[in-house]
Ligand binder design. Structure first.
Ligand code: AP5
Length: 222
């Protein structure tokens, strides 16, 4: 079992969730998706979900303290020795600083940040074609990664649906939000010597091989 502590950083639709699922299986890492966690909280009508709903549906970031508490709590629920992938968190410099402090306090430094590099025009096409399983959350694409039977999840047989925030107008807001608030993390993690860029515009199996090679090269020290 791997014990790397990783971040997957990249714009909406760059393939973070797809590769987090694959790397979770390959390296035995827990995949902790901030977006999936918020969508579960919203579906369950919890206090966090009610606080997050308006931000998520319009493509804006939920407040830093809300998501930071949620993600540190998710890390604390894992066995101490477990490795993990943070998919979609952090997304702002204050979140990155809070994560750094939170992990330092737990004696759990990060091993690396995989940066999914991809042009905007490819993202728009991918998000328009994305379908997500309403049962297990598995992500498909009507163009590039179709399920074996249309509208049905290969893994659990659940129904596939389009995410509310994959509408064209919301996608434009999400991309702008990424460029303004999240892209500065690329320099932040580069300065910390943690950044591992991959070409996320490549075929999904080639991206998988590139991400796996980066993770394997990071080791499990710390
Ligand atoms: P979240 O759910 O994290 O959305 P996101 O970052 O916008 O990322 P996506 O899930 O859209 O994309 P992905 O990179 O995982 O791509 P995927 O693998 O699905 O966040 C949603 C919202 O929650 C935010 O807008 C915000 O409101 C809130 N939120 C979350 N985290 C927050 C935080 N830290 N702070 C504040 N607010 C936060 O792939 C996309 C599609 O492409 C799929 O159809 C897939 O099948 C296909 N695909 C994948 N790889 C390839 C490939 N190589 N070639 C062709 N197609 C591919």
């Amino acid at each position: 079992m791997g014990a790397q502590r990783l971040i997957f950083l990249g714009p909406p639709g760059s393939g973070k969730g797809t590769q987090a699922a694959r790397m979770s299986g390959k390296f035995g890492l827990a995949a902790l998706s901030s977006g999936d966690t918020l969508r579960r909280e919203i579906a369950g009508d919890s206090a966090v979900g009610r606080a997050a709903q308006a931000y998520v549906s319009t493509g804006q970031l939920v407040p830093d303290d809300v998501i930071t508490d949620v993600m540190l709590a998710a890390i604390d629920r894992l066995p101490r020795s477990a490795g993990f992938i943070l998919d979609g968190f952090p997304r702002t410099i204050p979140q990155a600083e809070a994560l750094q402090q939170g992990l330092a306090a737990r004696g759990m430094p990060l091993h690396g940040v995989v940066d999914f590099e991809i042009p905007d025009q490819e993202l728009v096409v991918r998000l328009a074609g994305r379908r997500v399983c309403t049962g297990c959350g598995m992500s498909y694409n009507v163009g590039s990664l179709p399920p074996r039977a249309a509208g049905v999840c290969d893994r659990c047989g659940g129904a596939l649906a389009q995410r509310e925030d994959d509408r064209e107008d919301v996608v434009a807001t999400r991309l702008a939000t990424y460029r303004r608030q999240t892209a500065p993390l690329i320099d932040f993690y580069r300065r910390h010597g943690l950044l591992h860029p991959v070409d996320a515009a490549a075929d999904v199996n080639d991206v998988e091989a590139a991400v796996a090679a980066e993770i394997a090269a990071m080791g499990v020290a710390g």
